[in-house]
Design a protein around this ligand. Structure first.
Ligand SMILES: C[C@](O)(C(=O)O)[C@H](CC(=O)O)C(=O)O
Ligand SMILES: [Mg+2]
Length: 297
């Protein structure tokens, strides 16, 4: 009720040991705190907080318009309602290496388990858009070093994302990934690889946990969990999936209500009041004070 049972440090330590297990950890994107509760209830390993979703939620494109304050604010709202570790998208770190250092501390304070920083130029853009540019590898190495030095909890996970696939091909991804691991990154996120062969090539040469981004309608083939695990991938994110599902269902239902003048035909597809109350943990509030909150269906 009201808060998590675990501390941020405990969630970070749990993520570290889960990563060491070698099994594939599944992190769907949570588009708000309530959806994070759903992800936890369904037995996933963690929640991902997507920059694309934070932007889309504000009806903005994912082109580096959101601020650290907005991103960290959403991260804090989500991290305080789930006992799953939450990994957040910190884009380019919001500026120079010193900004990346501050970003890491703000995200630690927000209760997150880790973040990823990417090697795109500022302003960044969605990794599945065309026309991306990356900074020289040495600039990203400085970004990572600053981030690693800034963290106060050694278990806060710093993941280096490289967007080099579109610019320098797989060899560029591999070279950069190795440099970022040497700079202290705990995990590597090779963005927008095309297929399983490309993931295998990166896996064979990079000595760190790997994150795969299975975002829909993008440049990567959608590989299933079994395939990703057999490739030796450690974390898979489904960053925008729950938002796409929710928005798809909302649009369909709202169209039908607009056309028919009633919700009668869409009730079956809705989350019920009791399922919502269950996720919100109404029973715990009722137990705390039955006079204030009670509900019988
Ligand atoms: C992972 C990502 O950075 C995100 O913000 O969720 C996006 C996802 C997407 O746009 O589908 C990305 O750049 O891949
Ligand atoms: Mg992003």
């Amino acid at each position: 009720m009201l808060h998590t049972a675990s501390t941020p440090h405990e969630r970070r330590a749990a993520l570290r040991s889960a990563l060491a297990s070698g099994r594939l950890l599944r992190f769907p994107g949570a588009f708000n705190p309530l959806s994070a509760r759903l992800i936890q209830d369904l037995g996933y390993d963690g929640v991902y907080i997507s920059g694309a979703v934070v932007s889309a939620d504000l009806a903005l494109p994912d082109i580096g318009l959101t601020t650290l304050t907005e991103v960290a604010g959403r991260g804090a709202q989500i991290a305080r309602v789930t006992d799953l570790p939450a990994i957040i998208d910190a884009d380019t770190g919001f500026g120079e290496p010193l900004n990346a250092a501050r970003t890491v501390q703000v995200l630690e304070d927000a209760g997150l388990a880790g973040c990823h920083l990417e090697d795109q130029v500022n302003p960044k853009r969605c990794g599945h858009l065309d026309g991306k540019s990356v900074v020289p590898a040495i600039d990203m190495v400085r970004r990572i070093r600053a981030a690693v030095r800034a963290r106060r909890d050694p278990d806060f996970l710093i993941c280096a994302r490289t967007d080099a696939r579109a610019v320098e091909g797989v060899p560029g991804v591999i070279e950069r990934a190795q440099a970022y691991v040497d700079a202290g990154a705990d995990m590597v996120f090779p963005e927008a690889l095309r297929d399983a062969q490309e993931f295998a090539a990166v896996r064979a040469t990079v000595d760190a946990p790997l994150l795969a981004n299975m975002t829909e309608f993008g440049k990567s083939e959608l590989l299933d969990a079994e395939t990703l695990e057999s490739l030796g991938i450690n974390v898979v994110i489904y960053p925008v999936t729950s938002l796409r599902l929710a928005m798809g269902a909302a649009e369909e239902g709202l169209r039908e209500i607009r056309a028919t003048g009633t919700q009668a035909g869409v009730l079956e597809r809705m989350q019920t009041r009791s399922r919502l109350y269950d996720l919100l943990d109404y029973p715990a509030y009722t137990a705390f004070d039955g006079d204030v909150h009670d509900f019988t269906a």
